[in-house]
Design a protein around this ligand. Structure first.
Ligand SMILES: NC(=O)c1ccc[n+]([C@@H]2O[C@H](COP(=O)([O-])OP(=O)(O)OC[C@H]3O[C@@H](n4cnc5c(N)ncnc54)[C@H](OP(=O)(O)O)[C@@H]3O)[C@@H](O)[C@H]2O)c1
Length: 335
């Protein structure tokens, strides 16, 4: 380990999408600071942010480590520890979120943002959890403040964040309404508790949601699609509902009826995990370890890994992500 200078890494070679990603063999292994650990990566989760970064449209925040290496969530083994690190030792299995560079053979991260992998979870399962479950928990529980027996509308319910949010909402005994453009994804969601699913091909979904909720509307919306879904979300909201905007797959602009927001006293939040500061990221790692992980261990929350790819199928993996054909999580196995 001492002589290790170079590593493999997936970088954006040309900003043209998945085909412009390249696996390089001579990327310098990052230096660690006193509070950091160096992790040998074993598995990584694929995320939309990586895909957008492959077009150079969503680059890591300033100050990120190895910003040209893509990747937001990892699982692996600690191979070096900084002089002030007390929570991990060499050989520990860890996982977590980073703002960049999860898709390097070795990654450097602040030790307090990493979480110990429970004994019975393998690297692939561990790598599938942080982004989906932290995003969903943060949006629904910490931002929206969901309460027992409320209702929740989740767009793109078959996405990895959508399936995580659905399961968390069911822990609060919520009625969950969800959309997808793919009927099979609705079926999968229905198998894990979705109360009412509808396909969104064109036109409005407001009538379906209002009919299902007997014209009352929903208490919470997790908006993963953005664009003109937001306008409709507002119409679907009940009095004093909360909308959390998480994703913008259908675009960054839309026209909304401000009078409805005002009259219904709707709260609208936007969220990103990537740009949060270190103390917020440490707090989220702690929340994940204390609130979410025990529920994964007990089987109350389940990861949905749809496909695991080897490194040689890197381009196929990102093409599959971009094609929207799968529900749940896609994983890249580094070993
Ligand atoms: N704010 C944050 O911190 C944060 C964190 C994680 C993820 N996100 C965002 O949350 C969203 C979901 O992420 P994810 O990782 O769960 O996604 P994912 O697993 O890759 O699934 C996304 C799904 O959205 C649907 N979709 C794609 N483009 C669409 C469009 N134009 N209109 C309607 N539906 C569309 C597709 O399903 P169907 O078309 O088959 O329904 C697709 O499978 C993404 O926008 C992502 O960037 C944000």
């Amino acid at each position: 380990m001492e002589n290790l200078k170079y590593m493999q890494a997936i970088v954006v070679d040309k900003p043209i999408g998945p085909s412009g990603l390249r696996l390089v063999n001579d990327y310098p292994v990052p230096e660690i600071g006193a509070n950091d650990i160096l992790v040998q990566v074993k598995a990584v989760g694929l995320n939309r942010a990586d895909l957008i970064q492959s077009y150079s449209k969503y680059n890591p925040p300033p100050g990120s480590i190895c910003p040209d290496i893509i990747g937001l969530e990892y699982a692996g083994i600690v191979v070096r520890v900084g002089s002030r690190v007390v929570n991990f030792k060499i050989g520990d299995r860890v996982f977590g979120l980073v703002a960049s560079a999860a898709m390097g053979q070795y990654l450097c991260t602040h030790s307090q943002t990493a979480i110990l992998i429970p004994q019975d979870l393998d690297f692939e399962v561990a790598a599938s959890l942080p982004e989906a479950f932290i995003t969903a928990y943060d949006a629904l529980v910490l931002q929206a403040g969901v309460k027992l027996n409320q209702s929740v509308l989740i767009s793109a319910i078959g996405s990895s964040v959508g399936l995580a949010a659905l399961q968390i909402a069911k822990l609060y005994n919520c009625i969950v309404v969800g959309s997808s453009r793919t009927p099979d994804k609705l079926k999968l969601a229905q198998n894990i508790g979705l109360n009412f699913g509808f396909t969104v091909e064109s036109g409005s979904f407001v009538q379906s949601v209002l009919e299902y909720t007997r014209q009352i509307g929903v208490d919470n919306v997790l908006e993963l699609v953005g664009g003109n879904y937001l306008k409709q979300d507002i119409e679907c909201c009940s009095y004093r509902a909360c909308i959390v905007i998480i994703g913008l797959l259908a675009g960054i602009k839309t026209e909304v009826n401000l009078a409805l927001i005002l009259a219904k006293r709707i709260r609208i939040y936007g969220t990103t995990l990537r740009s949060r500061d270190l103390s917020e990221k440490i707090e989220l790692a702690n929340v994940f370890a204390s609130e979410i992980l025990p529920l994964v261990k007990s089987g109350k929350l389940k990861p949905f890994i749809t496909k695991v790819y080897s490194l040689k199928d890197l381009h196929l993996a990102f093409n599959d992500l971009e094609s929207n054909k799968y529900a749940g999580k896609l994983i890249l196995n580094w070993s």
